[in-house]
Design a protein around this ligand. Structure first.
Ligand code: BGC
Length: 735
């Protein structure tokens, strides 16, 4: 067996040829094999000899096809990836290296908060930094491409995958999408070995699955698609994102993976995307179940014609493309084009020069989960938590007796979905983190109270005893990580009944209760917000989440997160989101006597906690906002300013938000749209002037002809702490 260095020199001879020449040397079968991507079980890793061992028969393909495949899914670890690459190169006639792709979604070994939580930080720099660190750890472990960022716009918290997105706003999702791409890729993938290529997903509109049920139908007008759902994918591509992944859903009646209108026309022709388009897991073959292909051959034909380059985890291409070419049903040029894109990314990543790239078992030990990375994860976790309610309970005092109760008190399940490379054993648990904060006169009593969905009598008894003896109760509740994420849709998005029961039992004691929530979606908080004194939404905060939460609970840090997805009042309102349209009727409060208004008879229209909302231990005061002119022209922007003062007793960070409403559009316009924001840190008593500049380009939208431009006419701007701000600053756009 040759050593990595010998292999590398064999490969560099290929580097002197152009990729086109390389393509010219490939047989049709070798080309088609490049388009196949299989997961780790097909390869024997570091323990073995790196050979292919997986269940090829189940896919109906030969070992030779797998040997010639172009990429691997879900492999990580320097020793393992080096081994697999080395054996692959020995067996590959032309010595074309494998691309190692994996889901590094919110951290590699150092796990950051889930993306929805990162969104709530409104902190683009820290978001970028989290991707820089994830890329560095992944890269040294042999990963070349991450399947991130996921930028699907989400409005339905029943959908378990909302935790992978940064929320319900197209502008914010675009900014985060860009930040993640910058962090993962840097600016020079060929030379910056600490970066990985990014793959934006899931194209397109996966977040709009009907009923919030995963994989379900998506159907919407093209105008809606372009206005709300597409901008974040486009932003990621504008930032240079190398790859795109298809979504599982239909778009206008055609599953995305076989949708030429979406992929060929829009993504490739209109947007000019020339990178690799990969199917989602099994999505090519799923064209059959969707009902647009009779068999695997037709599925392969539709997907390649739609522009899908790599087929993930099924073998429609491997089994049928050759015959489809022979029968002239697929133009071989489509296959050449797909292979060229794959070879081009390999070249861009420097794999022809060094197929092992940054993989290095020694350096891996130094870098992965190092202290500096963990510190960054803690900082971002602190910024991601959202204080939803606080009636004189938080921050906690460091003396006296605290009862910490709940299934998350001593749980390592703080990483959340899509953290397969992380380890629950590394997580700093909340109880340990809280203990480290107490002084000698204080006591922390810990009891589970219940498991996630069940409880024993002994658990109740223990919890009640702990609570009775305490001055204050901290309840660590939520959803375990399998209750969200892929295939984690829920129709009832309240806390599991047993946890609500725990709250009811403890409430009877009449002691102050602060709830910390760990979960992957906005919840229906009935049975929580109406029964407890404080709620801190911690999401799945990652490896250092326990410490971050303890920092916030004891006031060593001040909560600054702001929701980027509305918390519904009840599941019956869903979808409920801030940038909705008005109706022709007044929006009512529940009142059965008032007929013919747009209301529910039983619940308010408003969400429980709106987009942009979050409390702080500081008290921020907004002076009356000023607008520099009530006329904006195409080349003359306007300025909007507000004086912000911290009237509280501790330093804190506020997120000042700028919204706009277009009063009279050609098509109806949202009641508010986020246009800009600033994060401002103020000491107690300190003030500062926060100024925004608003220009014509920010007022553009998709008209009924699908063209993107602004309308002259009346607008209203709003500056404030969340999307409920209602002080109007009218202005006009003249053209
Ligand atoms: C998910 C993708 C993921 C892929 C590979 C799919 O099931 O939808 O988000 O990237 O698996 O793991």
């Amino acid at each position: 067996m040759s050593k990595p260095s010998e292999q590398a020199s064999r490969i560099s001879s290929i580097n002197n040829q152009t990729l086109t020449e390389l393509l010219g040397q490939m047989t049709l079968d070798e080309k088609i094999a490049q388009l196949l991507q299989l997961a780790v079980p097909f390869y024997e890793g570091a323990e073995g000899d790196g050979l292919i061992t997986g269940p090829m028969e189940s896919l109906g393909i030969s070992e030779e096809t797998v040997r010639n495949s172009g990429s691997v899914l879900g492999m990580a670890g320097a020793a393992e990836t080096i081994n697999v690459q080395r054996v692959h190169l020995q067996n590959n006639r032309l010595g074309i290296p494998l691309l190692m792709m994996a889901d590094i979604v919110h951290g590699f070994k150092t796990i950051f908060p889930v993306p929805l939580a990162i969104g709530c930080s409104w902190d683009l720099e820290l978001a970028e930094q989290s991707a820089v660190i994830a890329a560095k750890e992944a890269s040294v472990s042999g990963v070349h491409v991450t399947y991130a960022p996921m930028v699907d716009l989400v409005r339905d918290p029943r959908w378990g995958r909302v935790m992978e997105s940064t929320g319900e706003d197209p502008y914010l999702n675009s900014e985060f999408g860009r930040a993640f791409v910058r962090g993962f890729q840097g600016t020079d993938l060929a030379n910056d070995m600490d970066r990985v290529a990014a793959c934006v997903k899931h194209f397109a509109a996966y977040g709009a699955a009907e009923g919030g049920r995963d994989y379900n139908t998506v159907d919407m007008s093209e105008r809606q698609l372009r206005e709300f759902y597409l901008p974040a994918y486009k932003a990621a591509l504008d930032e240079g994102c190398e790859m795109v992944m298809t979504s599982f859903n239909t778009v206008d009646g055609i599953p995305a993976t076989g949708n030429s209108n979406l992929m060929r026309k829009l993504l490739r022709e209109e947007w000019g995307f020339d990178g690799i388009l990969i199917s989602d897991w099994g999505a090519v073959k799923e064209l059959i179940a969707h009902g647009i292909a009779a068999d695997e051959s037709e599925a392969a034909q539709k997907a390649i014609q739609a522009g899908v380059d790599i087929e993930m985890m099924t073998s429609c291409y491997a089994k049928h493309l050759s015959e489809l070419v022979e029968n002239k049903e697929v133009d071989v040029a489509l296959i050449d084009e797909a292979v060229m894109r794959i070879l081009t990314l390999k070249q861009k990543l420097g794999l022809f020069d060094n197929p092992y790239r940054a993989a290095d078992p020694e350096r891996e030990k130094e870098i992965v989960f190092c202290d500096a990375h963990r510190e960054a994860a803690r900082e971002l976790a602190v910024k991601s938590c959202v204080l939803l309610k606080n009636e004189d309970v938080l921050p906690l005092k460091r003396n006296g007796k605290i009862a910490l109760i709940g299934p998350f008190a001593q749980s390592g399940d703080l990483l959340g979905p899509w953290s397969w490379t992380g380890s629950k054993e590394d997580v700093v648990q909340l109880a340990d983190a809280m203990k480290s904060k107490l002084n000698s006169s204080a006591e922390l009593v810990v009891a589970a109270g219940c498991d996630f969905e069940t409880a024993t009598e002994a658990q109740w008894v223990e919890a009640l005893a702990a609570a009775e003896a305490a001055d204050v109760i901290v309840l660590a509740l939520g959803e375990h990580s399998d209750m969200s994420g892929e295939a984690g849709s829920r129709a009832n998005i309240q806390l599991p009944e047993v946890q609500l029961e725990l709250i009811r039992k403890l409430e009877e004691l009449g002691k102050p209760i602060a709830v910390v929530l760990f979960n992957g979606r906005p919840l229906d908080l009935h049975g929580v917000y109406d029964k407890v004194d404080a709620i801190l939404e911690a999401w799945f905060p990652g490896s250092e989440g326990g410490l971050a939460v303890a920092d916030l609970l004891f006031g060593d840090a001040n909560p600054s997160g702001r929701l980027t997805m509305s918390f519904p009042f009840s599941v019956g309102q869903i979808p409920v989101y801030y940038n909705a349209f008005n109706t022709g009727r007044p929006q009512g409060a529940p009142d059965a006597q008032v007929k013919y208004v747009s209301q529910y008879l039983d619940i308010p229209n408003e969400p429980l906690y709106p987009f942009g909302y979050g409390l702080s231990y500081s008290l921020f005061d907004y002076s009356e906002a000023q607008i520099s002119s009530d006329i904006m022209t195409a080349d003359q922007s306007i300025k909007i300013a507000v004086k912000l003062t911290n009237k509280g007793e501790v330093a804190g960070e506020e997120t000042v938000q700028l919204y706009v409403r277009d009063i009279s559009g050609e098509v109806v316009r949202p009641l508010k749209e986020l246009k800009d924001f600033r994060k401002i840190t103020l000491q107690p008593g300190e003030s500062c002037e926060v100024e925004f500049e608003l220009s014509e380009s920010q007022l553009r939208y998709y008209h009924s002809d699908l063209k993107h431009y602004s309308d002259a006419g009346a607008f209203v701007a709003y500056v404030g702490p969340n999307s409920k701000v209602n002080t109007e600053l009218p202005f006009k756009l003249t053209k």
